[in-house]
Ligand binder design. Sequence first.
Ligand SMILES: Nc1ncnc2c1ncn2[C@@H]1O[C@H](COP(=O)(O)OP(=O)(O)OP(=O)(O)O)[C@@H](O)[C@H]1O
Ligand SMILES: [K+]
Length: 364
Amino acid sequence: MAQARVRLTPAGRTPAATFLSGSNPRPAHLTFFPKLTPTSLSAAAAANAPPPHIVVVGSANADIYVEVDRLPLIGETVAARAGRSLAGGKGANQAACGGRLALGPTYLVARVGDDANGRLLEGALADAGGVRTDRVARAADAPSGHAVVMLMPDGQNSIIIVGGANMEGWAAGIGSEDLELIRKAGVLLLQREIPDWVNAQAAQAAKSAGVPVIMDAGGMDTPLPRELLSLVDIFSPNETELARLTGMPTETFEQISMAAGKCHKMGVQEVLVKLGSQGSALFVEGEEPIRQPIVPATEVIDTTGAGDTFTSAFAVALVEGKPKRECMRFAAAAASLCVRVKGAIPSMPDRKSVMKLLESVGVE
Ligand SMILES: Nc1ncnc2c1ncn2[C@@H]1O[C@H](COP(=O)(O)OP(=O)(O)OP(=O)(O)O)[C@@H](O)[C@H]1O
Ligand SMILES: [K+]
């Protein structure tokens, strides 16, 4: 599950507790593809074909937010000032974002329970638009993953997580139809809110078919098995996750570079580090790092979901064959729009808004 975390800023330590919890109409000029100079009919047809689909294998979680003045003591009952349930989980978030931004379909392969939270999740994903939810299966014997998030007036939160179907719903693993879907995908997106062995099964299928694998490091903070990491093409932690996984400090850019170098040695060639308001950086083994500053937001309302938006938007651009630098710009613009709106899935932008923002800041 997503973890509350403390993030470093150049100004010093700033606690930043975060929790995670149809079609894309687009004018022709907003497409990513270069103008065609048709050399052959088949080349033109190939270039005009929509990019291949995206597959997200991961979690879907019902996040139950309660606003309380303070936490209850043992044996005590306190009344909440407000409460609501929202769809979340890093898998669902990233699929929702892909659904809004991608030209082709985005599939979510996930497990929910046969319960009210499962129906909440299915409904929210359908409402998000563009996500193929027919691969979200109901687990018979486990509740939907859910979390109780207790929000205090000072902005602090305490969280209790029930892994439920996200952890226990995979029984025999990913089914053969879903594995085939992964093998035919343009990119596979993973996170760490389902068992490592399920992620490994998905990554293995992708690898066997030459499908790039992007893994967001968010979720469980257990050590990442090397066998799994070696199946990943692009590993994407934030600086806190990078520090935890490498056991190295990540307070300065130099330290982050060194820690990314350790990931290279651990078997992953590309490390895409998310640095909050400091932007992001891509470390490709043997190459100069690419740094991407943020696209400044007019007003920062809520950064929840920014990391998922960034990773997913990066994958969307990658599947369209964009160079890495442009993938990072696209991702930064999408994440900039995300931080302007409250919540995770509701804050994820559509393609048109991202392209408009990129145009307005002078980047095609
Ligand atoms: N204040 C901000 N203004 C504009 N863009 C931002 C801001 N904060 C974050 N972003 C963008 O969002 C991206 C991802 O944010 P961040 O590094 O916080 O991810 P994360 O730690 O994985 O997030 P999450 O809180 O979702 O777990 C950044 O690389 C940046 O492009
Ligand atoms: K948000």
